[in-house]
Ligand binder design. Structure first.
Ligand code: NAP
Ligand code: MG
Length: 405
């Protein structure tokens, strides 16, 4: 084994709930602690502790990520009525991811982990396609109305001083119908654009953005214009230096190009497009357990996590003492994503090299046919060894010992 590397600056660690909390601990103890010294600032976002702190811990953790630049997060429960009973909560605490995303003003990028023995449904896809979804406005914050009698619908805009700025007839209804109004904000679109440019630069991959500007000549054109302005002003030179490109096309063309591409692109999507298309891309790449997720702020602060939840069903089996076969790949890649970023920011290549080695060990383990049940259902050729939860992590550690020397 090489001399134990150490992180120079802090990684913010956000612990979580249920099966992912169990695996999180295993990953730290088996795969990280024996090999690397990490400077950690720990926040327990487990539901009990969020309750105890009145959710202050979530806000504190987000501010810590802004301060230190790098965070890694375990999956957390977003409480609903059942969870309120189960955990005897004083209230239905908000989604931690929502709280953190709002504080970081961040954009979420989902990135699949690819292995040779699981083939994407789309034959041409050889490399990851990363989807970035704008998470503000549009149809998610719309105002809707159901028309039931003959009526005139107008879009009226009134200035702060009461002056009418615009009045347009949307439709003259003769009978029943529906209508909606939606909005977005220049500042939010610009933050989204910056997060996309930052992440493309970080990953050194091309950025594609598509919208329906030919039909939506004000709304979608605004998105196109802001992306192009931010790019020209702040990123063109950096992209040239990195040898990567930004391209805007009509969303129809973007979809067609993505389907034919090899991958290795960052696809920036408007809110609704991202909601729908990220699920399509994810399922075409295989398993939810093989999807990682990075939250990127416009300043380039990053929080790494698995895209899946706390795997509640497996946790209840685990509590009953029954064997589980839960996949820790995305949690492991969350840690290595954080370590690699920390290494890059601190100028400690040995830390980034260790992160690469762990990724390599995890991929090699699955590629030699050693995997959890969710992957065994997809793998071709068939799995040689279907592992339990802890066994899988131990197998990766043993592969790691073989290559980290
Ligand atoms: P989930 O935890 O993503 O699990 C859904 C199903 O997907 C599992 O039952 C399992 O299928 C499969 N799966 C997901 N991850 C897996 C893994 N690592 N290995 C093997 N199989 C995996 O979603 P959920 O059960 O609907 O949600 C549970 C809790 O997670 C909820 O309280 C929710 O609020 C929270 N959640 C948190 C986040 C986050 O923190 N980012 C995201 C989503 C959900 P089988 O049961 O068929 O094996
Ligand atoms: Mg969706």
């Amino acid at each position: 084994m090489p001399a134990k590397p150490a992180t120079k600056n802090v990684i913010v660690e956000l612990d979580g709930d249920e099966m992912t909390r169990v695996m999180w601990k295993m990953v730290k103890e088996t795969l990280l602690a024996p090999f690397i010294d990490m400077k950690i600032e720990y926040y327990d976002l487990g539901l009990e502790h969020r309750e105890k702190t009145g959710d202050k811990v979530t806000v504190d953790s987000a501010n810590a990520i802004l301060k230190h630049g790098v965070g890694v997060k375990c999956a957390t429960i977003t409480p609903n009525a059942e969870r309120v009973k189960e955990y005897k909560l004083t209230q239905e605490w908000k989604s931690p991811n929502g709280t953190i995303r709002a504080i970081l003003d961040g954009t979420v990028f989902r990135r699949p982990i690819m292995v040779r023995n699981i083939t994407p449904t789309v034959r041409t896809w050889k490399k990851p396609i990363i989807v970035g979804r704008h998470a503000y406005g549009d149809v998610y914050r719309d105002v809707e109305y159901k028309v039931t009698v003959p009526a005139k619908a107008e879009l009226v805009v009134t200035g702060a001083d009461g002056t009418e700025l615009s009045r347009q007839v949307v439709h003259q209804f003769k009978g029943g119908g529906v209508l909606l109004a939606m909005h977005n904000l220049d500042a939010s679109i610009a933050s989204f654009a910056k997060a996309c440019f930052e992440y493309a630069l970080d990953q050194k991959i091309d950025l594609w953005f598509g919208a329906k500007d030919t039909i939506s000549k004000t709304y979608d054109v605004r998105f196109k214009d802001i992306f192009e302005q931010v790019f020209a002003k702040e990123y063109k030179a950096k992209f040239d230096a990195a040898g990567i490109q930004f391209s805007y096309t009509l969303i129809d063309d973007t979809v067609a190009r993505v389907m034919r591409s090899e991958g290795n692109i960052l696809w920036a999507c408007k809110n609704y497009d991202g909601d729908v298309l990220s699920d399509m891309v994810a399922s075409a790449f295989g398993s939810l357990a093989m999807m990682t997720s990075v939250l990127v702020s416009p300043q380039g602060c990053m929080e790494f996590e698995a895209a899946h939840g706390t795997v509640q069903r497996h946790y209840y089996k685990h509590l009953k003492g029954e064997p589980t076969s839960t996949n820790s790949m995305a949690l492991i890649f969350a840690w290595t994503g954080g370590l690699r970023k920390r290494g890059e920011l601190d100028g400690t290549p040995e830390v980034a090299a260790f992160a690469d080695a762990v990724d390599k060990a995890a991929l090699a383990t699955v590629e030699k046919g050693v995997m959890t049940g969710d992957l065994a259902r997809l793998a071709e050729p068939k799995a040689a060894n279907v592992c339990g939860t802890g066994e899988f992590i131990a197998e990766i550690a043993s592969t790691l010992r073989g290559i980290w020397k």
